[in-house]
Design a binder for this molecule. Structure first.
Ligand SMILES: C[S@@+](CC[C@H](N)C(=O)[O-])C[C@H]1O[C@@H](n2cnc3c(N)ncnc32)[C@H](O)[C@@H]1O
Length: 327
């Protein structure tokens, strides 16, 4: 089979079938108090590349911790599910994914991989790389918003759904519950859901993970403004903002902000909008909620899932949870 024919990436964004609305979200977020922008807009080609660099930073323990768990437990997760396909939300470069695919391959189970990600660029690169490693793999991906899942690939076969990287932390409690319920509605009793949660820990470790010495996370954060400049004809001066990462203990989350270094007015020409920022005012660009075993249990319960297993890394920084629909 020719390599290209093994990969089908359905672009729901291009079909206009996904409520991915940068214009509407920017207008709402920049007109509200406090100002916010949804983190899903970080991930153009540059943003996806910067995120990959973040995963290799010494301060960013999340990827190493989750990899440690997968190296130890991927076989068990696969044994418990016996999936024929892996469907992954927010798959990005799909590097850790290989540990799950390897475990499926070793057991003669691997047929399909279904990445669901908003980044067309990252999805295409990941798919191209994977079929070189797994020549018989069928990739049926969706480029779209995982908060609005539709026609998930490989229906009818037992699937392991995966949501790695603690991307679930980018959703607040209401959004996370809604997301889990929408995936639950797509799942059969044979499917299982593997979810990565970053855990509450010392605030200094958390803040460093989102504000590294080399300034890569700062570049990632500022990339949001580049996206708005390019896509909406905005006039953000990147020099006039600085990156901030703060632990918000009340809401158990790290917040990333872009702080305005002076009073300024920014034009967003495509929206006919002028945004006024006071000196020191911030735009919140990311929330990364941190969980405990109790809060994970409560979330799963509310969303109609039963926890099958809870695995952490040695340091207890990160948890991978295998869950099924509860009936
Ligand atoms: C934090 S990165 C995690 C990437 C990878 N899973 C990992 O663990 O390293 C988040 C990924 O989710 C994607 N993403 C973010 N918001 C999304 C959304 N609403 N719908 C689909 N994909 C989204 C991004 O493009 C990115 O690839």
């Amino acid at each position: 089979m020719k390599a290209g024919s093994q990969i089908v990436l359905r672009n729901l964004l291009r079909e206009n079938a996904s409520p991915f609305d940068l214009r509407g979200d920017a207008r709402t977020g920049l007109s509200s108090t406090p100002k916010t922008l949804p983190s899903k807009y970080f991930y153009d080609a540059r943003g996806s590349h910067l995120f990959e660099m973040i995963t290799r930073l010494p301060e960013y323990y999340l990827t190493r911790s989750e990899t440690e768990i997968l190296e130890r437990e991927a076989g068990r997760f696969v044994e418990a599910t016996r999936p024929r396909a892996l469907v992954e939300f927010g798959s990005g470069a799909a590097r850790k994914t290989r540990l799950l695919l390897d475990a499926m391959l070793e057991r003669g189970l691997l047929e399909g991989y279904g990445p669901v990600d908003v980044s067309a660029d990252a999805s295409r690169h990941a798919a191209d790389a994977l079929i070189l490693i797994y020549p018989d793999l069928r990739v049926e991906g969706v480029i779209g918003d995982f908060e609005h899942p539709r026609d998930l690939p490989f229906a009818g076969r037992p699937r392991l759904m995966a949501f790695l990287g603690s991307t679930i932390g980018n959703l607040d409690a209401l959004q996370a519950t809604k997301f889990l319920r929408s995936i639950r509605a797509e799942m059969t009793d044979a499917d299982r859901f593997l979810i990565g949660f970053d855990l509450v820990k010392d605030a200094s470790i958390l803040e460093r993970a989102y504000d590294d010495e080399a300034g890569v996370t700062a570049q990632f954060n500022l990339n949001m403004l580049r996206v708005l400049n390019r896509e909406l004809g905005a006039s953000f001066d990147l020099e006039a903002f600085r990156h901030r990462a703060v632990w918000n203990p009340r809401d158990s989350r790290i917040e990333m902000h872009l702080e305005s270094l002076r009073e300024q007015r920014v034009q967003i020409s495509e929206l006919g909008l002028e945004v006024h920022l006071a000196s020191g005012e911030t735009i919140r660009t990311e929330m990364s909620h941190k969980y405990t075993r109790e809060s994970v249990g409560a979330l799963l319960d509310t969303a109609g899932f039963r926890l099958d297993s809870w695995e952490t890394d040695q340091a207890g920084y990160f948890a991978l949870v295998l869950a099924r629909r509860s009936d």
